[in-house]
Design a protein around this ligand. Structure first.
Ligand SMILES: Cc1ncc(COP(=O)(O)O)c(C=O)c1O
Length: 402
């Protein structure tokens, strides 16, 4: 039995094109920005060309920059270090922990879970109503939920934020693998995403967008590569002049393989075209939905209406069934990899599963069952057989009385 990877929202498999590109590159791999030898020069050009490929993929503005980081989490932490003094940050409590946690907690304004995309726009508008448009503020938006897969109205929310004088960062971790993302069309100021969710799992991520705040901020990482000059003063102190460009935030030897893998994935996905990918994913989602409809006591989690547009990320609970056990059995008995848990979005899960579940979970002291769900997620390379095996196995386990 082949393994059915249905946990793309955690990490996608490697695209074969990405694997081929990396395999071809590895024998020519050398230090980046640090050597005069042929391999160093070659690797440096691969790294810098990767930046350009990402910029094209995201349709960046001409003066935007691409910084290679470790992941979406790393990108958002980096941006958190670049905020102007006193800048408030607005985020929905439905966001992933990577969006909720990097900011100074006393600067974070938490917005309530919306009932619909239009409600999300309203909540944001209301929250920013009293914000002085002359002062800095940052709004965090999620492109697609890692729990429900639902798409958020990024363009409309960005317009609201900009009208109220705030900047916008888009967590596109679950959006970029499934939809074309154009920074120019969406108007967002920054985009963050991870390679390992974009078929390029070699430890790199991206923060792309405006350079005014990052260009002025203290370097995210202090060390070699980020400095213009370092001197010892007469008072035995170090006097450091930091670089102004992207290297300012990329100290240390960069992850050229990770960056190149992301660039390769961007190229490959653009080559296939998102129209074809979206059509295929819609077909697979309909197939899953049809199958899940036949499972008794199953509740698909959603924030917006059941018919809201989504990417292929679906979470569900089955009343009376422990999600963690169910996911284990799918893996051990049927070779299916899904995820069960709270998906690093605890406030959202508490909201979706309701106060009763929260209360009972807390009363259990460490008991987790009521707050967990099973998540199935997929994309390029997922076959009909994977989906049918998943649905069939779920039904078989339910018949068994799991
Ligand atoms: C929506 C969303 N944002 C951010 C992250 C964090 O990504 P990473 O773990 O690659 O930093 C994830 C990961 O699951 C995610 O799904």
């Amino acid at each position: 039995m082949t393994y059915a990877a249905l946990d793309y929202a955690a990490s996608t498999p490697v695209l074969s094109q990405v694997w081929e590109d990396i395999t071809e590159f590895v024998p020519r791999y050398g230090s980046v920005h640090r050597g005069s030898g042929h391999l160093s020069r070659y690797s440096t050009s691969v790294f810098e060309n990767s930046r350009e490929e990402v910029a094209r993929f995201l349709h960046l503005r001409h003066d935007d920059e691409v910084v290679f980081t470790r992941s979406t989490t790393d990108s958002l932490n980096m941006l958190a270090r670049c905020l102007p003094e006193g800048c408030p940050v607005y985020a929905f409590d439905t966001d992933h922990h990577a969006v909720l946690l990097p900011w100074r907690h006393d600067r974070l304004v938490l917005l309530d879970a919306p009932r619909s995309p239009a409600h999300a726009v309203e909540i944001l508008d209301l929250a920013l109503k009293d914000h002085d448009p002359g002062a800095e503020a940052l709004v965090c938006l999620t492109g697609a939920s890692n729990v429900t897969g639902e798409l958020w109205p990024v363009r409309r929310m960005t317009d609201v934020a900009h009208r109220r004088g705030a900047r916008v960062v888009l967590d596109a971790a679950q959006l970029v693998p499934h939809r074309p993302v154009s920074v120019q069309d969406l108007g967002v100021d920054w985009v963050a995403f991870s390679g390992h969710k974009l078929y390029a799992p070699f430890g790199a991520g991206v923060l792309a967008g405006r350079w005014d705040w990052p260009g002025r901020a203290e370097p995210y990482l202090a060390g070699g590569g980020a400095t213009q000059s370092v001197r010892r003063t007469r008072a035995s102190r170090l006097e450091v002049e930091w670089k102004r460009g992207v290297a300012r935030h990329e100290a240390g030897s960069p992850n050229v393989i990770g960056a190149y893998a992301i660039a390769s994935a961007c190229r490959a996905l653009s080559g296939v075209g998102f129209d074809a990918l979206m059509e295929r994913e819609k077909y697979l989602m309909d197939r899953v939905r049809a199958g899940l409809d036949g499972v008794p006591r199953l509740r698909l989690l959603h924030l917006f209406s059941d018919g809201a547009e989504r990417v292929p990320v679906m979470s569900f609970t089955i009343s009376g069934v422990d999600s963690l056990t169910l996911a284990d059995r799918l893996s051990q008995e049927y070779g299916i990899g899904v995820r069960a848990g709270m998906f690093c979005a605890h406030p959202l899960m508490r909201h979706l599963l309701g106060d009763a579940a929260t209360a009972s979970c807390e009363a259990e002291e460490g008991g987790t069952a009521p707050l967990n769900a099973v998540r199935v997620s997929f994309g390029a390379g997922t076959t009909d057989e994977h989906i049918d095996r998943f649905v069939g196995s779920l039904k078989a386990l339910m018949r068994d009385g799991s």
